[in-house]
Ligand binder design. Structure first.
Ligand code: ADP
Ligand code: ADP
Length: 228
């Protein structure tokens, strides 16, 4: 569950990136965040995993009240979240298996538990046969699958994705979407900022449209562009 109450984010340079946003996202929802470049989409989602801190207002993620969250609690919050980026952010010197395992090893787990979980998530994203490859030996779509495997390795209740198909061709973007659909079907909340209109129109979900830091549309099974 994600809840924003009257959230304002003003950057040092007086840019008002989020202008009194209030909303609730229930566990298991799939939500697109759309809007023009500079509208505040990234700021909005970065505040969910505390990469940015609001200037005022309240944010609740599962049982965590972010405005009172102590620094030493942030790692616990982040174990409940998986984050996927447009540029994948894989570690270049680690294999596919190691990239995913790395995310898990920070938590107390035996080597057997790590191996079992990594193999499971690589199977889920269709990359079991690439486990010993390095990121630069993979296509963009394959690298993004590894990033998704890494994001879901800790069984997060929420997956947050910022333009995950931004660097991918349409067919590859669809393959990536099928994985997010599968993750969502298992009960995981998915929040995805995107410019990809064909994806939003093809895989219908709730659409939050942001313009100038405000939510200007919140629509169940919406289109990329407001058709109402
Ligand atoms: P979007 O993801 O929709 O493109 P952003 O959240 O990245 O929008 O940006 C919203 C506004 O905040 C823009 O005007 C942007 O220039 C500004 N902004 C984003 N990050 C910073 C930052 N770290 N410092 C100052 N201004 C920022
Ligand atoms: P910061 O001081 O910027 O918060 P951190 O060391 O906490 O730096 O985070 C390092 C990087 O990891 C950041 O770029 C952040 O976007 C990313 N990150 C934070 N939380 C997660 C997560 N749960 N999953 C994946 N990446 C994350």
């Amino acid at each position: 569950m994600i809840e924003f109450k009257d959230v304002v984010k003003e950057y040092q340079n007086d840019t008002l990136a989020t202008d009194h946003i209030s909303l609730k996202i229930d566990q298991g929802e799939f939500v697109y965040v759309v809007g023009p470049s500079g509208a505040g989409k990234s700021t909005f989602i970065k505040m969910m995993y505390r990469e940015e801190v609001p200037t005022s207002g309240q944010i609740k993620v599962n049982d965590y009240e972010l405005e009172t969250l102590k620094h030493n609690q942030v790692p616990f919050l982040r174990r409940e979240l998986g984050v996927v980026f447009q540029d994948f952010k894989l570690l270049p010197r680690l294999t596919v298996f190691e990239n995913v395992a790395y995310a898990l090893q920070v938590i107390e787990k035996t080597p057997d538990e790590v191996k079992e979980r990594v193999e499971y998530v690589l199977e889920l994203v269709g990359l079991a046969d690439k486990r010993d490859s390095f990121p630069d030996e993979l296509s963009g779509g394959e690298q993004q699958r590894v990033a998704i495997a890494r994001a879901i390795a800790n069984k997060p209740s929420i997956v947050i994705a910022d333009e995950p198909t931004g660097n991918l061709d349409p067919d590859t973007a669809r393959e990536i979407m099928e994985i997010f659909e599968k993750v969502n079907a298992q009960g995981t909340t998915v929040v995805m900022a995107t410019h990809n209109s064909f994806i939003v129109n093809e895989y219908k979900h709730r659409v939050l449209e942001i313009a100038n830091g405000k939510i200007v549309r919140d629509q169940e099974k919406g289109e990329y562009n407001d058709e109402s």
